[in-house]
Design a protein around this ligand. Structure first.
Ligand code: IDP
Ligand code: MG
Length: 143
């Protein structure tokens, strides 16, 4: 089992001033920050990151949204990271997210949903590499 996941504080949450509170919740839930940066995604970078969704009807809107302002990708470490972080953020649609979850607290709707979380160990590896070089991660993960 991998112990890594990729979080992104998305442009709506950064723009609304929620980044600090969200990072605080992530740390208090037991995740360790291994790498973090603030970046404005280019169209090519957003399209590449979400390539898995390119046939979905919302793909164009998703790329617009993710390039609309700066976002904060964060490489996280914790035992059972992928599953535990998905639990912390709640369902994709905040209307269906459990009370107390990050999306319930900070998301507007199914599109502007405040945060990203990897959905599998394999995708976590790929997504962390999308934003962070080997050098940026070196010595930051245990083992
Ligand atoms: P996830 O972020 O919970 O893993 P995915 O299904 O992987 O959800 O979708 C990726 C992102 O695409 C969502 O976080 C959200 O921003 C956006 N999205 C998902 N479904 C819709 C939709 O039906 N309409 C508009 N945007 C959507
Ligand atoms: Mg997803």
């Amino acid at each position: 089992m991998s112990n890594k996941t990729l979080a992104i504080i998305k442009p709506d949450a950064v723009g609304n001033g929620y980044a600090g509170e969200i990072i605080d919740k992530i740390i208090k839930a037991g995740f360790k920050i291994k790498a973090m940066k603030m970046v404005r995604l280019t169209r090519a970078s957003a399209e590449g990151f979400y390539a898995i969704h390119k046939e979905r009807p919302f793909f164009g809107e998703l790329v617009e949204y993710m390039t609309s302002g700066p976002c904060i990708p964060i490489a996280l470490e914790k035992e059972n990271a992928v599953e535990d972080y998905r639990k912390l953020i709640g369902a994709t649609d905040p209307a269906k997210a459990e009370e107390g979850t990050i999306r319930k607290l900070y998301a507007k709707d199914i599109q502007f949903n405040a945060v990203h979380g990897s959905d599998s160990d394999e995708n976590a590896e790929k997504e962390i590499s999308h934003f962070f070089s080997r050098d940026e991660l070196l010595n930051n993960y245990s083992e």
